[in-house]
Ligand binder design. Structure first.
Ligand code: MG
Length: 379
């Protein structure tokens, strides 16, 4: 089996990937993280044969990591080099648009990219697609909904798809009105009912901006037009997504919410291996489905708007949201202001064509500056 490269190794996806790789007996070729934390030192000790890349270490961290000798390298280019290690499966669990360069490097090198960093695909869709075509790399989604769609589409003719139906848990504020949401706190937004994830994605789930990104991600991964991608709120997070075909048949992928399942599938595809998740028990389970509330969760509509506009618009959506979410976490803006900041940033920056990583990053920076201006800070 191919060696695994884990990017964002100290994060939630990274840790679960290392656990799955360990259980499957896959060698770990490289580990990358943003910072040289104690967690990274532990991972380096646990994987003595892995190359270690640290994207943005402090001077002190650099000195402390020097004990790793030739195994260690620094800077974003070191992370891209790890992603390009020939013949590997690269799991990209980097948070934010910083993951784009590594995604492109992995695909250009012809590697399998198991993508958990949806921002790199959302922000740089055309660039990621060009890298995939140029290098012949394989792109397998790790996001639970897209893994579900991917599994339902395997063996099917894409021309026979009527629509993709993305499941949304609805987040912690499902059922609340737009007026209720004005007063929610950071602690409430971080308390997700079914999935345990990083801070930004948890807030993005609460605003449903995460689902907005996932609509764009689905379009880019599977080439289905936006008017044939629907979102259904399914609070139990058991049906991970569905595909409806032209004959009226619907396929769905089900299971307990556990990211180790899509991570493992991305590593073993097209095969499957035994997992640690207990068998799903259907008895006494009620599964419900409802329409999303677009008024309370305007972020969802912004995803369709940016996706349909194309070019730099999804990059602007992502960057503006990152700034707005950070401002919310820092207590500088209220929860309801997050989509407002994003919408105003989209209004101010008409979509431009993006063909290179540099152009994506230019759009990203412009969006950050405009979003920060809306908030009234220099973040
Ligand atoms: Mg998801």
């Amino acid at each position: 089996m191919k060696p695994v490269v884990v990017l964002g190794a100290t994060g939630s996806i990274g840790r679960q990937t290392l656990e799955v790789a360990g259980r499957l007996g896959l060698p770990v070729a490289a580990i990358a993280a943003r910072r040289g934390s104690d967690d990274l030192h532990r991972l380096a000790a646990d994987h003595p044969d892995a190359r270690i890349a640290v994207a943005a270490p402090t001077g002190e961290e650099r000195e402390r990591l020097a004990v790793l000798g030739e195994r260690i390298s620094f800077g974003p280019e070191a992370v891209a080099e790890a992603a390009a290690l020939p013949g590997s499966v690269v799991v990209n669990g980097i948070v934010g648009s910083a993951g784009l360069e590594a995604s492109v490097a992995a695909l250009r090198a012809g590697n399998r990219l198991a993508l958990a960093n949806k921002e790199s695909l959302v922000a740089g869709g055309p660039v990621v697609e060009a890298a995939r075509r140029a290098g012949g790399g394989e792109l397998i989604p790790v996001d639970s909904e897209h893994s579900a769609l991917f599994q339902c589409l395997t063996g099917e003719d894409p021309d026979r798809v009527r629509r993709l139906i993305l499941s949304a848990s609805g987040g912690p504020f499902r059922g609340r009105t737009a007026a209720d949401l004005a007063a929610v706190t950071v602690a409430e937004a971080l308390d997700h009912p079914t999935w345990s994830m990083g801070r930004r994605i948890t807030v993005d789930s609460a605003t449903m901006m995460n689902k907005a990104f996932e609509v764009i991600e689905a379009h880019l991964l599977f080439g289905i037009p936006y008017d044939r991608i629907d979102v259904v709120v399914h609070p139990q997070s058991v049906v991970h997504s569905l595909v409806e075909f032209v004959d009226g048949s619907i396929k769905a992928q089900l299971g307990e919410p556990d990211m180790r399942v899509p991570i493992q599938y991305a590593l073993t595809y097209p095969g499957r291996a035994a997992g640690t998740v207990p068998p799903f028990d259907f008895r006494d389970r009620t599964l419900t489905f409802e329409e999303p509330d677009h008024e309370a969760f305007p972020a969802l509509g912004l995803g369709y708007r940016a996706g349909t506009a194309g070019g730099s618009a999804p990059a602007v959506l992502n960057a503006a949201d990152e700034v707005a979410v950070q401002a919310f976490l820092d207590g500088r803006i209220g929860f309801s202001s997050i989509p407002v900041v994003v919408e105003r940033t989209l209004d101010r920056l008409p979509p431009q064509e993006v063909a290179t990583v540099a152009e994506v990053l230019t759009a990203d920076r412009a969006a950050r500056a405009v979003a920060a201006g809306q908030i009234g800070c220099s973040c």
